[in-house]
Design a protein around this ligand. Sequence first.
Ligand code: GAP
Length: 443
Amino acid sequence: MSDKNIVKMDDIVSLAKRRGFIFQASEIYGGLAGFWDYGPLGVELANKLKAEWWKAVVTESDNVFGVDGAIIQNPKLWEASGHVAGFTDPMVEDTKNGKRYRADHLAGVDSTDLNELAELLKDKVSPDGNPLSKPRVFNMMMKTWIGPVEDDSAVAYLRPETAGSIFTNYENVRETMRAKLPFGVAQIGKAFRNEISPRDFIFRVRELEQMEMQYFIKESDENSTYESWRNFAWDFLTERLGISKDNLQWHEHEENERAHYAKAAHDIYFRFPQGFKELWGTHNRGDYDLSNHQRVSGKDLTYFEQASGERYLPHVIESSVGVGRIILAVLVDAYHEEEINGETRVVLKLKPELAPYKFAVSPLLKNKPELVEKAREVYRMLKKKHGNVMWDDNGNIGKRYRRQDEIGTPYCVVIDFDSLENNDVTIRDRDTTEQKRVKISEL
Ligand code: GAP
């Protein structure tokens, strides 16, 4: 990869803002760390990604069902799941100014072991040059109160992962869908984490959206199911989203890295501008969740297998990815700066299916009513056929092409005076910049 093609985070942040993908939340009030708003193009891209995932996981499958659970659940759910006690990150504090940091980030390791971190950080200072406190754990659950009295009995949590309500609805889904093991339950939705140091644009945020799927199985099927969901994640990224394999690698979690519920975990790492980092996790959660929910709720969650006459608690393989992380990966992977006729252009080489707009339609001149009328006709026709089509008559044609390249629009269609005679248009390809004459009826 040449230096020119090493993508910088600043370039992505600037493009995202300039073209309406992503804005800082409450920007006019100075923003809020760890929170972001999606603009008109960002929401289109996010919707397309989510629809593609839902199609691959739920619609095209025979035995994966969708749910959409509440963000706030009975707090007992998060006590049983171990999140209230164990959803923590290691933290250190600057002893002079009180600023807090992820201890593992400062130590430069993927570890939550407090002794190991204390050893690694013993001679280090904070980014402001001050002594550091000893590492300790910090709970990332976001709290709120339900009802009019803000006392301990009213405390509830914003969910830290969507998986919680999948486990508590396991029996409801099994019964209503008459499902037999193995089967899966999928969900797309918001989750909240009080991250100690949100950073790297939308990479680590406090309000995130997850796409998660829990596959309920017999324990003896755990290895093959784990492998097939690992393969699913890889194929989804490379084939369905077109992300380059050179930008992806596997990372197997060591024991001291794994979440409290996981007995095995493999992440797919992506080459983000700040380095290779976690994009998508596949976890073997064993019977950790169902056994805890069974114990705390007192409800029988065992499964009766008719063929063998056995009764057992299902085990779970989980596939989990953040929508924002995929969006960042897709933007970084698609971002290119290229030299064309002595000028540098920025182009997002998005898979056409993901591009916020498939076509941009322009009249060659915006002050010629006959061209505008013909262009409007083509615009309406394409919109009816393909959905998202942008009307773009601002600036000269060169400027319009640059603008559409930056947002990844695969085709620009221009209506000129010949179009009025011949019922054809010029169509320009984003990636090759080649232009062709095409009959309107063949567009
Ligand atoms: N249910 C399992 C679970 O939540 P996780 O590894 O904590 O596992 C799964 O998160 C995925 O959610 C990650 O691989 C990442 O894509 C995304 N994610 C997690 N924390 C995030 C954060 N603070 N900001 C953005 N995305 C995050």
